[in-house]
Design a protein around this ligand. Structure first.
Ligand code: NAD
Length: 264
């Protein structure tokens, strides 16, 4: 790589396996010389995350369940034992009861609404506050969102409501942390087949629809999300904060696609 991230250290949250969006981002950053730490949810994921981290030259991995404040504190104290400052974080975490990622949004339960908002929205704010305290020289933060925040998508339901709140928190955090030279942005990724995505009803149909109807007439990859994250997390994005940047083959600009074969 060109070394855009040389001398930069940061934390990747949300790596579950080599299909994770977090993996596409981690590889793009490591390729440019970044030093990485990883957090994983629960001991069961440790055996998957450890070898992936090692592949990118990292042995700094720590358990963190973002629904638990003490667990987040534990993660940041583990990182602080090794590094006195960090330059970036990636938050690639979301969760909802998959029984409610089908059927009607109207049927969302209070318990699942609160849990979805807690894990998928509040966690970014909780993490951002602690990360900012380790960024005396400024920094950059990225979270992952989806178009279901802006428009109604099939089965996205409460997760769409959560992503709308997440995008709003990106804007508020950008203002709060901007005076300390910390930038905060979201990447609105097009649909990508991952573990989390497989919980969404009719996900294959959503993938196909995006492929047929996006300006680029295809879906995006984890690696493409990785390259855009690199832009936002490196100096290339130094003038950008509070933004929701779409990496979706242009799907979000389409009102109605023209017919490719004109005389249908
Ligand atoms: P993934 O399943 O690989 O990653 C989701 C991660 O969230 C997992 O690593 C999981 O362990 C973690 N997680 C869930 N609950 C947690 C908790 N309580 N504490 C700590 N970690 C927890 O799937 P992904 O698609 O790579 O998802 C990453 C992010 O990208 C999510 O925010 C998702 O909503 C977003 N996103 C995904 C798509 C897509 O189509 N795949 C599109 C746009 C946005």
């Amino acid at each position: 790589g060109m070394g855009l991230m040389k001398g930069r250290r940061g934390l990747i949250m949300g790596l579950a396996n080599d299909k994770s969006i977090a993996w596409g981002i981690a590889k793009a950053l490591a390729d440019q010389g970044a030093e990485l730490a990883f957090s994983y949810q629960g001991e069961a994921l440790k055996k998957r995350v450890e070898p992936l981290a090692a592949q990118l030259g990292s042995d700094l991995i720590a358990e963190c369940d973002v629904s638990d404040e003490a667990s987040i504190d534990g993660l940041f104290s583990t990182i602080a034992e090794r590094w006195d400052s960090i330059d970036f974080i990636v938050h690639a975490i979301g969760f909802s009861d998959k029984e409610q990622l089908r059927g009607r949004y109207a049927d969302t339960t209070r318990d699942n609404f609160l849990m979805t908002m807690d894990i998928s929205v509040y966690s970014f704010t909780a993490v951002a506050r602690r990360a900012a305290a380790m960024m005396p020289n400024g920094g950059s933060m990225v979270t992952l969102t989806y178009y279901g925040a802006e428009r109604v998508m099939p089965h996205y339901n409460v997760m769409g409501v959560a992503k709308a709140a997440l995008e709003a928190s990106v804007r508020y955090l950008a203002e709060d942390l901007g005076k300390d030279g910390i930038r905060v942005n979201g990447i609105s990724a097009g649909p990508i087949k991952t573990l989390a995505a497989s919980g969404i009803g009719d996900f294959r149909y959503i993938l196909k629809w995006n492929e047929l109807n996006s300006p680029l007439r295809r879906n995006v990859t984890q690696a493409e999300v990785g390259k855009s994250a690199l832009y936002l997390l490196s100096d290339l994005g130094s003038g950008v904060t509070g933004e929701t940047h779409h990496v979706d083959a242009g799907y979000h600009v389409v009102g109605m696609k023209a017919v490719d074969a004109p005389d249908i």
